[in-house]
Design a binder for this molecule. Structure first.
Ligand code: MG
Length: 392
């Protein structure tokens, strides 16, 4: 949106009285030691567009979002994404039946050919409608992101068991916050957010985590992996590989699966990702790179465009040359408007206010070594013209 259309849009709002003319820059609190972007920073990259999918019903699986990697969609063709875990060179003996991938008891775990790390994972499963066994023996399977840690799959409908082995548990680590499974034979929907532990030089700098929704009910809220758990075993933290396959468990029950897909997730700040609260080192590097890009843009412009880009670059990183040139340009701008009056002055209203806002921002946030005299001079012109007076 252009500066003009934005201010036109805002003109009918109360906000317009206080909003600067160019919300694109010199607007929210500036970057700091661990945040490379300003608040509401338009230099921050736009989120990628993803077409959302649809929800599943008992009758049919929903449509995955547009950027999902499909692992099983009910077709025999997607069975090719899976192999035997016992011997990954062999096809799995699990079967595609009526659009679902069904465990063949005794054939062993199934795993994906593809390997990846952190992800949003969607899996739907259904326990046999003919109820057999109890506790861990009824409708048991499991979902292992990277093959490392089990999100339990179990028919817990009227079937108690040890709490850390319930459906929606991180098996052997943490029980689900609720038992939200449907009756056996019905489709159950798991939405999982998986994060590997982050290790640097042999030391864990951030835990791995699992967040799990069972049929839309939160059962794991960013639960630390604590090594990943296991049967009877309390695991210790350990580095995970960079990537690994998704595995589904053969626990002797013919559990069915459908609509399996994932979306890879970007690196967290602890791994050097460009998100949220970053390290001081990564923040400095990012601020330098944004400043350099703005200075490259400034080099293609003249006059106020150049001045404002150079001033904006100072918000991210100091630079003596950018400071000197933008100061010189602001002096020249003031000289070009200070003696105007009437219509000629009115025509410059937008740019005078814009430059004044920028200078005010830079001095308010102590981005300049000292406030420039141009700031108060332009402020005086605005005051005298009555441009700051409340609208009647
Ligand atoms: Mg299991």
């Amino acid at each position: 949106m252009s500066i003009l259309s934005r201010s036109t849009l805002l003109s009918g709002l109360v906000l317009a009285v206080t909003a600067p003319l160019s919300p694109a820059a010199f607007y929210g609190d500036p970057p700091d030691a661990t945040h490379p972007w300003a608040i509401h920073d338009e230099n921050r990259p736009q989120p990628a567009r993803v077409e959302p999918g649809t929800f599943s019903s008992q009758e049919q699986p929903g449509k995955p979002p547009s950027d999902a990697v499909i692992l099983f969609d009910g077709t025999p063709a997607t069975l090719k994404n899976w192999v035997s875990d016992k011997d990954p060179n062999q096809a799995t003996k699990w079967e595609v039946k009526d659009g679902s991938l069904q465990c063949v008891p005794g054939s062993g775990y199934v795993r994906t050919k593809q390997e990846w790390g952190d992800c949003q994972l969607h899996v739907e499963w259904s326990a046999p409608s003919k109820v057999e066994g109890n506790s861990q023996g009824r409708g048991n399977s499991g979902i292992f992101p990277m093959g490392q840690v089990e999100v339990q799959v179990l028919d817990n409908f009227n079937n108690p068991t040890y709490a850390d082995g319930f459906a929606g548990s991180v098996y052997g680590v943490n029980p689900p916050m609720a038992n939200a499974v449907r009756a056996p034979g019905e489709w159950q929907v798991y939405d999982i957010v998986f994060r590997r532990p982050v290790f640097k030089e042999g030391k864990m700098v951030e835990d791995g985590y699992l967040t799990v929704f069972v049929n839309g009910v939160l059962t794991q809220d960013h639960t630390p992996l604590e090594g990943g758990g296991g049967h009877k075993a309390r695991s210790k933290d350990h580095p995970f590989p960079e990537k690994g396959p998704l595995k589904l468990q053969d626990h002797g029950n013919p559990v069915r699966y459908r609509n399996i897909w994932y979306r890879p997730l970007p690196a967290r700040a602890s791994e050097g990702g460009d998100v949220s609260h970053m390290s001081a080192e990564a923040t400095t590097a990012k601020r330098q790179s944004i400043a350099a890009s703005l200075r490259a843009d400034a080099a293609k412009e003249q006059g106020n465009g150049k001045m404002l880009k150079l001033m904006e670059s100072l918000v991210y990183a100091p630079d003596a040359a950018a400071l000197a040139e933008s100061t010189k340009l602001s002096t020249a701008f003031l000289a070009s408007v200070k003696d105007l009056s009437g219509d000629a002055l009115e025509q410059k209203k937008g740019s005078i206010r814009q430059v004044h806002e920028a200078l005010k921002y830079l001095s308010n946030y102590k981005i300049l070594p000292a406030a420039l005299p141009e700031e108060s001079a332009l402020g005086g012109i605005i005051e005298k013209a009555g441009w700051n007076a409340p609208k009647k």
